[in-house]
Design a protein around this ligand. Structure first.
Ligand code: IPD
Ligand code: CA
Ligand code: CA
Length: 245
């Protein structure tokens, strides 16, 4: 309920900012393709304030504003925030494939999460053992069983990840039935939960990119692991992610 109420409000705010994005202040982070907007900062600030009010004892791990320090207790109650995932699409207007991601993990495992997709009016929610939902309707992964007829997102990320992507995913790119890339991890992952896609791979996602969507995929009947199939602890390092039906 907390995640839903926060994301409902943030989605209204982000949708209005998206409609007026021409005048938006945009800066860069580590390089020219790594964007930061005033909306990323405003959304994160509001979500952090609401968590601190409702759950003052909990740790927060978030993308912006110096909140991406690992929590002292990596197994403790932790909120993971990506205020806008898919900032490039948000700024330039593609699809519109961007989302607001709020996950909650205990012992390094996501136990509740929500992803709002303001450009499509969608809200994804899931809680451990309770199933996954889009706008209140239950969602379930596909039953596609063969790589040759499956649709996978190979997340192309930024230039900093491309060499590794080409090395690791070329065989998959050749074998898979259909290749897609939204370049917004939460959209790729939630598309598995809705059965629009069957798999998603990335060489180096951060915990705030996948914590919320991971529980949504799992509660829709899918599986999210490291690239070698081993289990994920959300704070075991920014490594690869494999999600599938
Ligand atoms: C990015 C997106 C993209 C992924 C990048 C992320 P951002 O998040 O999720 O799909 O390939 O690695 O950094 O920067 O838009 O929040
Ligand atoms: Ca992100
Ligand atoms: Ca982001």
């Amino acid at each position: 309920e907390f995640i839903k109420s926060v994301l409902d409000d943030m989605a209204i705010f982000v949708r209005s900012k998206y409609a007026m994005r021409d005048g938006m202040r945009v800066s860069t982070k580590r390089e020219a393709n790594d964007l930061l907007t005033e909306v990323d900062l405003a959304v994160q600030e509001e979500i952090v304030a609401r968590i601190r009010e409702a759950f003052p004892e909990d740790a927060i791990f978030a993308e912006e504003n110096g909140l991406h320090e690992l929590p002292a207790d990596r197994d403790g109650r932790t909120w993971l925030i990506d205020p806008i995932d898919g900032t490039q699409n948000f700024v330039r207007g593609l699809f519109p494939a961007f989302g607001i991601s709020l996950g909650f993990a205990v012992e390094g495992k996501p136990v509740a999460g929500g992803v709002a997709v303001p450009g499509k009016g969608e809200l994804f929610l899931a809680e451990k053992g309770g199933g996954a939902f889009r706008n209140g309707e239950r969602i379930v992964v596909s039953d596609v069983g063969a790589v040759g007829s499956a649709r996978a997102e190979i997340d192309f990320s930024g230039p900093w990840d491309r060499e590794e992507i080409l090395q690791r995913f070329s065989p998959l790119m050749i074998a898979i039935g259909q290749v897609r890339c939204h370049c917004a991890a939460v959209i790729g992952l939630c598309s598995i939960a809705t059965a629009d896609m069957d798999a998603y791979v990335h060489v180096a996602l951060n915990p705030y990119d996948y914590a919320a969507a991971m529980i949504i995929v799992e509660e829709a009947g899918g599986l999210v692991t490291r690239l070698d199939g081993s289990p994920i602890h959300v704070f075991d390092g920014g490594r690869g992610v494999l999600a599938s039906n």
